[in-house]
Design a protein around this ligand. Structure first.
Ligand code: HEM
Length: 468
């Protein structure tokens, strides 16, 4: 049955029996974590360089127990059922994804041009270390870690709530691959979620994301105060493309994955926030609530307070629960709340990467599945293993980074770059001195996130990988 990719709609959760089976094949053949996040506490990313004979490598890939979207939906169904019955909820267990780079496809005898034929995905063939990509994204290869200068063929993602299980499984795979000469694991990244969905600068992350499964959309509407202003439903064609290496009539879909290791200089960020704070004047409400100038300055850089409250909606944070574990509002546009950028400045990270002003279907929207690495409160390196899915690399991720975040003239001249992820001309941004006032402070803020290496991948359909 033909899948409707074009109309934005909630896809029924076939594991709950809410569909008529129309999406079952798609869910069985689509890797998990794409339409819905895995949300596991711990993650390992193994970057591989194939070394074995083509057939041996293929044999290994065929044997991988990858987690399909259907597996993921069943796991969350059983988890909910056990919570309802009052028994200890199953943590869902280990989940696994497998991705191939253009070089990886070539190594296995497939022509990556088939995937990158369309203009928007040609960049996939060239890779993230290509001259064009480096220029577009504003990356400096001299800052890349050694491993990321190597040729990456594939990425194996493993995640679990039980870290010991995850380590056991990862070590098993590594010694099998290296012991049998199938692939060299030349980089291993260790992701670990921080408390309350925070990233290392201390802000709640993973709030605004497209939703695809009906239940997730309903939950979003209840938790995030509706969807009449900002609608999180994206058509499937913004995230899925037909797997070109399978029969055209099968429901075999995949998605492009952008991976970037982004190191965060937390101390530098905090010091600069403190400097900016000195220039700002708090409102009465902020003073009464105890909001500090640093908290206000940080919110101006990100666009949300640390608990996720958007500046476009409030000059103070919610602070309903001490752990900040409140559903954060997401039902707003700047058009309706702050056309002049006096509440949430035009350069704020969330306003740069989603200006929320282009109608209900955001053309450029990406589906983020990042996880932090490194521990808070120590001097070791830390940051974000940034990952996002989309169907068109150039129109989505690359556009966000290049034409918006790195562009000091977006959305208007003299805006400055995105203070969190922008890499571009160091033009001073203009910061509202006081919430919702015309007075501006000129201040340059940036360079606290450094790109340490990455690649473009494709998440092949399970239908393809089973027959590879
Ligand atoms: C939202 C932090 C990298 C795109 C957010 C939020 C935070 C955040 C705190 C608000 C919570 C939310 O809405 O989910 C960071 C940090 C980064 C980083 C610390 C790097 C270390 C990136 C990159 C991109 C990106 C590389 C893409 C080029 C977005 C988008 C949103 C967002 C699209 C949602 C905006 C909205 O819909 O309102 N980020 N981010 N972020 N970020 Fe980032």
């Amino acid at each position: 049955m033909a899948i409707d990719l074009k109309t934005p709609h909630g896809v029924p959760n076939e594991a709950e029996g809410s569909g008529n089976g129309k999406y079952t094949k798609l869910f069985e053949n689509l890797q998990g974590n794409i339409l819905k996040g895995f949300a596991r506490k711990y993650m390992r990313l193994l970057f591989l360089n194939f070394e074995g004979e083509e057939q041996e490598v293929k044999q290994w890939i065929k044997g991988l127990k990858l987690t399909s979207t259907m597996d993921q939906l069943y796991a969350s169904k059983y988890r909910k059922l056990s919570i309802k019955k009052g028994v200890k909820p199953h943590d869902g267990g280990l989940v696994m994804n497998f991705f191939l780079s253009a070089k990886g496809y070539e190594e296995l005898g497939f022509d990556p041009k088939k995937l990158g034929r369309k203009q928007g995905n040609k960049i996939f063939q060239e890779g993230m270390n290509s001259k064009r990509s480096l220029k577009w994204l504003g990356d400096s290869p001299t800052k890349f870690e050694k491993g990321y200068k190597e040729e990456i063929h594939a990425l194996l993602l493993l995640a679990d709530d039980d870290e010991q299980e995850l380590i056991k499984k990862t070590e098993g795979i590594k010694s099998f691959l290296e012991g049998n000469g199938i692939a060299m694991v030349f980089v291993e990244e260790k992701g670990a979620a921080l408390d309350n969905q925070k990233e290392h600068f201390g802000y709640k992350d993973g709030i605004s994301n497209p939703r695809f499964i009906s239940q997730d959309i309903e939950k979003e509407i209840v938790e995030r105060t509706g969807a009449d202003q900002w609608n999180p439903i994206l058509p499937l064609k913004k995230i899925l493309i037909k797997d070109p290496f399978t029969d055209r009539n099968d429901d075999n879909y995949g998605s492009f994955l952008v991976y970037r290791k982004l190191e965060q200089d937390v101390e530098g960020f905090d010091n600069k926030i403190a400097e900016l704070a000195k220039e700002l004047v708090l409102t009465k409400a902020q003073k009464m609530k105890g909001v500090t100038a640093e908290e206000y300055a940080g919110a101006l850089a990100v666009g949300r307070f640390k608990d996720g409250t958007p500046l476009a909606l409030s000059d103070t944070y919610e602070n309903k629960m001490p752990n900040g574990d409140v559903p954060s509002p997401n039902n707003f546009t700047y058009e309706n709340t702050d056309r002049k950028g006096r509440k949430c400045p035009f350069h704020a990270h969330i306003r740069k990467t989603n200006p929320r002003g282009q109608g209900l279907i955001p053309k450029r929207f990406i589906t983020r599945r990042a996880i932090p690495y490194g521990k808070p409160n120590d001097s070791n390196k830390k940051g974000l293993l940034f990952m996002c899915f989309q169907s068109n690399l150039r129109a989505q991720f690359v556009f966000l980074q290049k034409a918006w975040a790195n562009n000091p003239a977006f959305p208007r001249p003299k805006t400055g770059i995105d203070p969190v992820i922008g890499a571009g001309k160091k033009v001073e941004q203009q910061w509202p001195k006081t919430y919702n006032s015309k007075d501006k402070v000129d201040f340059y803020f940036g360079d606290f996130v450094t790109m340490r290496g990455g690649e473009y991948f494709f998440a092949p359909s399970i239908g393809f990988l089973n027959k590879i």
